[in-house]
Every structure is written in C-alpha cells, then in structure tokens.
Ligand binder design. Structure first.
Ligand code: ZN
Length: 95
C-alpha cells in the first residue's frame, strides 16, 4: 500500500462527505427542520377547518384509513375524533 493513493482516497471521502451534507441541507430532505421558503415539504391540510398546517408544527395528528391528518389545534383534532367520516368525505367525493 502506498501513501499517495491512501491520502487521495481519504480526500475523496472527505470531499464526498462534505458534498453529501451540503446536498442534504439544501436539497429536498422531506423532513427539513425549518425552511421558510415556500416549500410544501411539511405542508398538509387540516381536514376540519381547511387550514394549511405544517406537519412539523401541527398540534397533533391522527391516522385514519391509512392516511395521516394533521391539525392546527387540539380543538380541530377533537372534532375529527368525534366524527372522522364527516371530514373524510369532504376530502374524497364518495357518497
Ligand atoms: Zn384546524
């Protein structure tokens, strides 16, 4: 094993890791911490009041029929708990 190849391999790994983290930070991560630029990564709709809710700051979430819903407040969540079907039907056009 010669030193030159080893150190260039090391640099390759370091630079690769650097770019990897840069891409993760700026690119579409999905679960980005707090990006203010109008990305719809964490944006969902509160089925009760129709408000746009950021999943990362939602008051709570419920899973129903395989879908996850996020709520702007616990108040909306309680309403959903009482009659989830009422709010499901508005999302889908089923009778
Ligand atoms: Zn709401």
């Amino acid at each position: 094993m010669d030193r030159g190849a080893l150190s260039s391999l090391l640099w390759f790994v370091i630079i690769g890791a650097f770019f990897y983290f840069m891409m993760r930070k700026g690119g579409c991560g999905g679960h980005g911490g707090h990006s203010h630029e109008g990305s719809e990564a964490g944006k969902t709709k509160d089925p009760v009041c129709g408000m746009e809710v950021d999943a990362t700051v939602a008051a709570g979430s419920r899973e129903h029929m395989g879908q996850t819903f996020y709520f702007c407040s616990s108040n909306c969540m309680e309403k959903f708990d009482k009659e989830p079907k009422a709010y499901m039907s508005s999302a889908k056009g089923s009778s």
